[in-house]
Design a protein around this ligand. Structure first.
Ligand SMILES: CC(C)(COP(=O)(O)OP(=O)(O)OC[C@H]1O[C@@H](n2cnc3c(N)ncnc32)[C@H](O)[C@@H]1OP(=O)(O)O)[C@@H](O)C(=O)NCCC(=O)NCCS
Length: 350
């Protein structure tokens, strides 16, 4: 009789702060076993960067120590790519497909956490072909690291897909483009539309300023801004976005505006917010989305509450706007709480 296929390993992905002391000890033990002892390389494995990384590892479902691990870093300042490092499988678990599964999961996790950005990797030279299987390509000559020959490799990102758009029933979100400037100028200086937006209380915006804003948003690491288009005829409906994204905490602030009075109250705003929440939690891997709304803006507060946002607190006289002080309400939704209301769920694109 053929032996049972080996049971599927159990995988986990966690930030440093989420590791228990035991898990951290086990991961460091495995890394030292392989990189220091097996590869006979005296180097400081505890390089101070683990607190900045995401940690991915697998263990046998029956328990025991981890069998494979890697660490993942988000894109750095100034356009530095995301990266994957400390890739290994335990000696007793090799040549059974676990390394391939590890790399597949590491790349997928990077895309989910950081978008489809370029990913860098310093490969031990003997594994250049192995990493090519996931689209990594050599980008420079060999170099020596701790006495071991390495190859700098990069997996190109997919800029066209960053940030990714989404279609859900009656609205489609697509990343903001320079060509949206004239549509934006159609509402951005209209007090009827921006009266409820604290950011819009100063001088009118010029076309140049708006263009600079669009370019800055497209280049920004901490913003993801989309134009809201009607799914039926593609007409422009407004803007929506996530701002102040703190990747390490996976927290971002939502903002939304429906551009014309006659399009308000027709469910476009709710559908757009639901789409953005899908993107925020499923594609960007955020943990929490928060927002601020004028206390007197009961209509918007109702929409947010219906989508599951909870009040976190009141910010007394937070903004001076249109000649008086305004108290703001801060609301938030956690990924674990996101459960679209029935009408948004049924509208979800296949
Ligand atoms: C690299 C490593 C993670 C692969 O894990 P694994 O569980 O053996 O890999 P899988 O069984 O899923 O896949 C095997 C593939 O890995 C590559 N590979 C594994 N060992 C290799 C070796 N000694 N030489 C060349 N390629 C090797 C090959 O592409 C192989 O495919 P093949 O069997 O079709 O030739 C593992 O060998 C390891 O931990 N090595 C020591 C640590 C290390 O060097 N890490 C890389 C740092 S950049």
């Amino acid at each position: 009789m053929a032996p049972d296929p080996s049971p599927r390993p159990r995988w986990r992905l966690a930030r440093f702060d989420e590791l228990s002391p035991t898990e951290l000890y086990e991961l460091m033990t495995l890394r030292q076993r392989v990189f220091v002892v097996e590869q006979r390389c005296a180097y400081l494995d505890a390089d101070g960067r683990d607190p900045l990384a995401w940690h991915l590892w697998a263990r046998d479902p029956a328990g025991g120590p981890p069998l494979a691990c890697a660490r993942l870093f988000g894109p750095g300042a100034g356009g530095a790519p995301a990266s994957i490092g400390r890739v290994l499988t335990a000696p007793e678990a090799r040549r059974q497909g676990l390394g391939r599964e590890l790399m597949g999961r590491a790349v997928t996790a990077c895309e989910r956490l950081f978008g489809r950005r370029p990913i860098a990797l310093g490969a031990q030279r003997y594994l250049e072909r192995f990493y090519e299987e996931w689209g990594f390509r050599r980008v420079g000559p060999d170099y020596d690291e701790d006495g071991i020959p390495h190859v700098p490799m990069l997996r190109p990102g997919d800029d066209a897909a960053r940030p990714r758009g989404v279609e859900r029933g009656r609205v489609r979100l697509r990343p903001i483009e320079e060509g949206d400037v004239d549509d934006i100028l159609g509402w951005v200086n209209d007090p009827e539309v921006v009266g409820n937006l604290a950011a819009f209380s100063g001088e009118p915006f010029t076309r140049e300023q708006e263009l600079a804003y669009v370019r800055a948003m497209r280049a920004s690491e901490s913003d993801r801004v989309y134009s809201i288009l009607a799914a039926d005829d593609g007409r422009y409906l407004g803007q929506i976005g996530l701002h102040q994204i703190h990747w390490r905490s996976r927290v971002g602030r939502l903002s939304v505006v429906v551009a014309r009075r006659e399009e308000m109250g027709r469910g476009f705003g709710s559908a757009a917010i639901a789409s953005l929440l899908d993107l925020a939690f499923a594609d960007l891997g955020l943990h929490k989305v928060w927002l601020m709304v004028f206390e007197h803006n009961h209509r918007s507060r109702g929409i947010y509450a219906r989508l599951g946002f909870r009040v976190e607190g009141r910010l007394r006289e937070e903004y001076f706007h249109q000649d008086r002080w305004h108290t703001m309400v801060r609301m938030s939704l956690l990924a674990s709480e996101w459960d679209p209301p029935a009408e948004e769920r049924s509208a979800r694109a296949p």
